[in-house]
Design a protein around this ligand. Structure first.
Ligand SMILES: Nc1ncnc2c1ncn2[C@@H]1O[C@H](COP(=O)(O)OP(=O)(O)OP(=O)(O)O)[C@@H](O)[C@H]1O
Length: 288
């Protein structure tokens, strides 16, 4: 199984006093869908660009199957970075851009490309420059889903997409992943829309990876419990609560812990905590 390992990665931009990354360590495994989260300016795009060798590391290593990716065409042909500034000729028509990219990759999936063009209702005869922000994202999405790379990094893929086209993107991603598993790393701010898609989440904050967990591990231990206040309080005694909401006599508490080792009153309901809610707590806690 292939993997990308990032070891003790440091990045300081030329004219910046402070480094953006001090010590990033993370491994991307094959056939996973990662969500990469972090506040504006946390460095999500920069991290992706360093992995794809679009940018120089200050120190540390990015390894593909144990080999440095820098100037390593064998490794880089398996890593695709969909950035907001891909280097196509922006004056070209979309069709010409697709033809150009398909010639760069031997096993580029033209059939999938044609299906996606129809699904997204993209007009290939338009010049890329003349497309709306959403349709520019759609061109980038289509290319990302059709390149034959094992690791695909998508930087804010849904930028500018309306609700219908976001849905087309999510379903197309799941379909192509099921037919042909490979690794996708998606950076986005719309957590609630991808929490059903990703199986791993990464939080980048203050120049470090603050969280790197599988969704299964997280959801095993994060709960929202609701019911009449007195019953909820009795049931969760001793638990370290992250937050609670009160509506009259009805209360909901959220926590990351094992369930209490006592009998649950019938009046109390247990649910998995929503990923978005959990992430906000983690970011607030880590930001303190
Ligand atoms: N070439 C550059 N020179 C100097 N600073 C840079 C350069 N590129 C990025 N930065 C800085 O690095 C920081 C991280 O930027 P980056 O775009 O990677 O963050 P991000 O997490 O992708 O943000 P957003 O969610 O807003 O897209 C920002 O403060 C940005 O100004």
């Amino acid at each position: 199984m292939s993997k990308i390992e990032i070891k003790h990665l440091k990045k300081r931009f030329k004219f910046s006093k402070e480094p953006l990354f001090t010590d990033i360590n993370i491994t991307f495994e094959e056939n996973q869908i990662y969500g990469l989260f972090g506040e504006n300016g946390a460095g999500k795009s920069t991290l992706m660009s360093l992995i794809a060798d679009y940018n120089f590391v200050t120190a540390g290593e990015v390894l593909y199957d144990g080999e440095p990716v820098h100037d390593n065409s064998k490794a880089l042909q398996n890593i695709y970075y969909m950035s907001q500034n891909n280097m196509y000729n922006k004056n070209d028509k979309v069709k010409k851009i697709f033809d150009f990219v398909s010639k760069l990759y031997v096993d580029y999936d033209v059939e999938l490309q044609n299906r996606l063009v129809k699904k997204f209702r993209l007009d290939e005869s338009q010049k890329f420059n003349k497309l709306s922000t959403g349709y520019k994202s759609i061109v980038r999405i289509i290319i990302s889903l059709c390149v034959p790379c094992k690791f695909i990094f998508m930087d804010e893929p849904t930028l500018g997409l309306d609700a219908r086209n976001r849905e087309v993107f999510y379903t197309s991603l799941i379909e192509t992943y099921s037919e042909n598993p490979r690794t996708f790393v998606l950076s986005t701010h719309i957590i609630e829309e991808i929490d059903q898609i990703i199986n791993h989440f990464i939080l980048l904050q203050d120049g470090e990876i603050k969280m790197d967990s599988s969704i299964d591990d997280i959801s095993e231990k994060s709960y929202s419990i609701s019911g009449p206040s007195e019953d909820v309080d009795k049931y969760i005694q001793g638990i370290n609560v992250l937050d609670s909401d009160q509506l009259g006599r009805y209360k909901t508490v959220h926590f990351m812990d094992e369930l209490p080792n006592r009998e649950k009153p019938e009046s109390v309901d247990i649910e998995k905590m929503k990923l978005q809610k959990l992430l906000i707590y983690v970011m607030e806690k880590e930001g303190k």
